[in-house]
Structure formats: structure tokens, C-alpha cells
Ligand binder design. Sequence first.
Ligand SMILES: Nc1ncnc2c1ncn2[C@@H]1O[C@H](COP(=O)(O)OP(=O)(O)O)[C@@H](O)[C@H]1O
Ligand SMILES: O=P(O)(O)OC[C@H]1O[C@](O)(COP(=O)(O)O)[C@@H](O)[C@@H]1O
Ligand SMILES: [Mg+2]
Length: 325
Amino acid sequence: MSKEINTIGVLTSGGDAPGMNAVIRAVVRTALARGKKVMGIRKGYSGLLSGDIFEMDSRSVSDAIQRGGTILQTARCKEFMTEEGQKRGAEMCQVFGIDGLVVIGGDGSFKGAERLAHQGINTIGIPGTIDLDIACTDYTIGFDTAVNTAMEAIDKIRDTSTSHERCSIVEVMGRHAGYIALWCGIVNGAEEVFLPEVENITQDDLIRRILENKKKGKKHNLIIMAEGVGGTNELAEKIQRITGIETRPTILGHLQRGGSPSALDRYHASMMGAAAVDLLCEGKSNRVVAFKNGEYMDFDINEALAMEKSIPPRAREVERLLESR
Ligand SMILES: Nc1ncnc2c1ncn2[C@@H]1O[C@H](COP(=O)(O)OP(=O)(O)O)[C@@H](O)[C@H]1O
Ligand SMILES: O=P(O)(O)OC[C@H]1O[C@](O)(COP(=O)(O)O)[C@@H](O)[C@@H]1O
Ligand SMILES: [Mg+2]
């Protein structure tokens, strides 16, 4: 018989993402509507281990849906990677009466949720990361806002780049994932995009293309670099040294992680937050909520973590087709 859940905990973990507050709001309000008690855990698994836990009511999530960041704050917690840390985490849940837990984060956070489920706490993961790099789901909360933020910033860089006939290299976030870079390549109309998951053109090929573009009268070259590829500053210096074309690197960095979430992020966040609570109420554990082929569903965490995701070949092809030559 599945265990009945009376108190639901909620935490955000790993890198923050716009829309996390809308998830917290949906979890809190759905749980209260189902007659459950809700406990907020601050600073991810760090706050769980230090007992930074408080009761939440409907007002705790007022004025949160439109706010960026996470009102529960987030952290990366090394101690929780150890079995001892995970046991202590489960004990802390018991101390606060938490029998079901919603973990909002990425793959790393889901591994932690799986370990807690192993210790007897019912857990459900919700994909919250700007990187869009969780294989079991077509959408991760925060991506739409982040890619729009990057797109708007790159449009602005393109304006000044054209005025000065410069080459601009813009580095977008994604230590292991090139989705923001790929999307910006398409929606900003870049001349070249470098992704961590696939083979890219060589720096020599790039320099030849920049010189050809100049001969054809192109007024700027816009190159998008995913963070995980690296070497943005060095590449800019090399292009300028060899071609004589002024080249400026811009690293967009953490501005991509902040800001008020888009409608898409708020919508998925609300739907996924409510789904997570309903799964817990049905006695489910060790599951991840996903949006796949236009529907909300859930997967076993271990199966979800074993899935692989690759850059859609057609999107890479279209990005290349549309590069101006
Ligand atoms: N293998 C693991 N076992 C237990 N906890 C983990 C594991 N991997 C990550 N975590 C926990 O999840 C946190 C967030 O993971 P991280 O990979 O940084 O971010 P994300 O969840 O966004 O991928 C880590 O700091 C750690 O506390
Ligand atoms: O904020 P930090 O610690 O510098 O981390 C930067 C990383 O976090 C991200 O913004 C999001 O990654 P996660 O969601 O997996 O934490 C990556 O794109 C980036 O590489
Ligand atoms: Mg991650």
C-alpha cells in the first residue's frame, strides 16, 4: 500500500532559473488545496542539512509568480553527495515531518532526489534549468526567458557591431549544453555558432569566412559561442590579430539567469508544480515531471537520468543554412 503524504517539502537546487518561483507557488497552493501542510526548505540540500526549514502558507507565495530568481534561494551542496549526508537529509525530513519532497532543479538535483527516495522520502523532481539539457523532457523551466534575454542582448550588440564594422563574439551560458547558443544562432541570425556537443568548424575556417564576408561587403560578423566550448577572449584576440578587423568579445554571463519569467515559463511552471503535488498525493515517488510531445507526464528518475539528449540535427542544419555566405 502506498504511503499517505501529509507534509510536502519544497526546495530549489543547482543553478537558479526564471520561473522557479512560479513552480514554488504552484506546489504550495496545490498542496494546500489538497489539505497538505507545506514546508519550504531554503538553499537546496544545504538548507535541508542545516534545518533551514519553515512552514509556508498561501501568502508565502504572494507576489512571487512574476519574480526572477528563487524566493527559497538555491545552493550546490557537496555534503549531500555523500551517503552520510543523504541519511542526515532523510533524518532532517523526519524531524520536520516531511514525508514528500518536491525538488526543483537539474540532473544533479534529481540524483539527490533519487538518493532521498532510497532513504524512504517520497520525492518528485521538476526540471528547472536555463540549459534545456534534461533528456526526458522537451522543456525545462527558465529556458524561454533566458534565450529571450540573450536574444535581446545580442540584437543590441549587432547594432553597434554593424555601425563600427566589427566582428562580435558573444558567449552564452551552457557549460555542457548548446541549446541557448543554437537558438540564438537561429533567432539572432549569427554568422557562426560553436556548440559543445558537436564538431565545430576550425578557427582557420572561421577566419577565412570572416575575410570572405568582408570582401562581399558584410558590415559585421556575429559569432555565438557556447560557454562550454570556451576560449572566447582568445578567439577574439586571434581574429583581430590575423584579419585586422576589430573584434570584441562579450560574455553575457549571469544576466541570462535573472529577470521576470516569460508566459511560457510561468505556464509550464504552474502545470508542472501542480502535477508534482498530485503525483505525491497518489503515493508516487522517485519520479520526474516532464513535458514530452505536447503532454505532461512523469518518468522514473533513474530512467530519466539514463536518457540521452542531443542537439536536434535539423535545427543545426537550418542554423547553418541560414548563415549568410
Ligand atoms: N550524485 C549525486 N548524489 C547526491 N546529490 C547530488 C548528486 N549530484 C548532485 N547532487 C546535489 O544536487 C546539487 C545540484 O546539482 P548540480 O549538478 O550543481 O545542479 P543541477 O541540479 O542544476 O544540475 C549538488 O550541489 C548536490 O547537492
Ligand atoms: O552560476 P554558476 O555556478 O557560475 O554556474 C554557471 C552554470 O549554470 C548554468 O547557468 C545552469 O546550469 P544548471 O541549471 O545545471 O545549474 C549553466 O548554463 C552555467 O554553465
Ligand atoms: Mg545541471
